[in-house]
Design a protein around this ligand. Structure first.
Ligand code: SF4
Ligand code: SF4
Length: 224
């Protein structure tokens, strides 16, 4: 999923205090799962803004609303559309995709980001999300026993490890980062496929990733 973290309240309040009528708009998908921008966080932020406005004597009224997904037109229904248009500004707790799509759908509205979007990650332990993919556009997981060196090696080495790998840890931050090349070696050994690691892996097709500019997927079979 796409992971995100709430922005510091002071930063969000700076957005809010520029306007009188704010809509805090949550998203019910990834940011709900990573507890950054779902209904619960919308409630909390709306109360926090209301309280702060009262204390600072700022004239701000706060509406709140959450939709299933802010990156999909079909969820901007009539009620949501009305709320967005009635607000002076929206503080969106969706990821950066949701914020931008909201602006595309409501071109006259001001939409602020209420969270910092991070990465594609997995929920590895309660309260911990870890990066697993950068969406490189040319997936090579099959070559590495299902572990991604593009996202998980600090240098994105396809022919690792580098000389800094020691005791299974990455030289970039041995306290916190496992060397994925150690994990790949262990996994390939377990699968009886170590010989495959002796082959040189050709360079990825980086033009399929961000290096080729903003990307688009077009499915001719389902376009109208
Ligand atoms: S190889 Fe690319 S698409 Fe596959 S998991 Fe890694 S970053 Fe994601
Ligand atoms: S120590 Fe391992 S994870 Fe870190 S940069 Fe080198 S090969 Fe990549």
């Amino acid at each position: 999923m796409i992971t995100a973290e709430r922005k510091p309240f002071e930063a969000v309040y700076e957005f809010a205090r520029r306007h009188q009528k704010i809509l805090v708009l949550g998203c019910g998908t990834c940011v709900t799962v990573c507890m950054a921008g779902g209904e619960k966080e919308v409630d909390a932020l709306a109360s926090q803004i209301t309280l702060a406005a009262r204390q600072k004597d700022d004239n701000i009224t706060v509406e709140k609303h959450t939709i299933e997904r802010q990156c999909d037109q079909e969820f901007f229904d009539e009620q949501t559309s009305r709320k967005i248009k009635q607000a002076d500004a929206v503080i969106s707790l969706a990821c950066g995709v949701g914020v931008q799509f909201c602006i595309e759908c409501f071109t006259d509205s001001i939409v602020y980001p209420g969270v910092d979007t991070k990465f594609y990650g997995a929920n590895t332990e309660q309260g911990i999300w870890a990066e697993r993919c950068i969406g490189c556009g040319d997936c090579v997981l099959e070559k590495f026993g299902g572990l991604c060196p593009v996202a998980r090696c600090s240098k994105s080495l396809l022919n690792g490890p580098c000389g800094g790998s020691a005791e299974g840890k990455c030289e970039v931050d041995p306290e916190n980062i496992d060397c994925v090349w150690q994990l790949i070696y262990d996994r390939m050994e377990k699968l009886g496929r170590l010989d495959e690691l002796e082959l040189n892996v050709p360079a990825n097709n980086w033009t399929a990733g961000r290096d080729g500019g903003p990307r688009k997927i077009v499915r001719e079979d389902i376009t109208l």
